[in-house]
Design a protein around this ligand. Structure first.
Ligand SMILES: [Ca+2]
Ligand SMILES: [Ca+2]
Ligand SMILES: [Ca+2]
Ligand SMILES: [Ca+2]
Length: 132
């Protein structure tokens, strides 16, 4: 993929997930390149001709992809000797903010409600909305 395309892809993923482009850094294709061929344009779970990285609802179950992931908020007070959390597999930083010396980290984590190995946001039969 050319740098130009890569940048646009990152921007699209960032917008979809409400993240800053800087936050996803080199990791833009983290959950969109399902078949691992480095081509994001042929990953279209719901086959609506909108590739997942541009599709706000990857599996077409009417629950937005961002709402099919769980949200965590960590607060880190370095003055107290707190250390930053170690993120789980499938967990991604959505935003980092420092206010009054307290670092607040918000993350999104891929969920698999029925434990079958297919993430909720790619499984049409699972419609858990974690934003509620
Ligand atoms: Ca699609
Ligand atoms: Ca969905
Ligand atoms: Ca599942
Ligand atoms: Ca789903």
């Amino acid at each position: 993929m050319s740098n130009d395309t890569e940048l646009r892809v990152k921007a699209a993923v960032a917008e979809q997930l409400g993240m800053n482009v800087e936050d996803i850094n080199n990791d833009a294709s983290f959950m969109e390149d399902l078949n691992g061929d480095k081509n994001l344009f042929n990953d279209d779970t719901d086959a609506n001709n909108v590739p997942n990285f541009l599709d706000g609802d990857d599996d077409g179950d009417r629950v937005l992809t961002i709402n099919e992931m769980t949200r965590q908020t960590y607060t880190v007070n370095k003055a107290n000797g707190d250390t930053e959390p170690v993120l789980a597999e499938g967990e991604y930083v959505r935003s980092r903010e420092v206010t009054g010396g307290i670092l607040t980290i918000k993350t999104l984590k891929v969920a698999d409600a029925n434990g079958d190995g297919v993430p909720d946001h790619l499984q049409k039969s699972v419609t858990t909305d974690y934003s509620k």
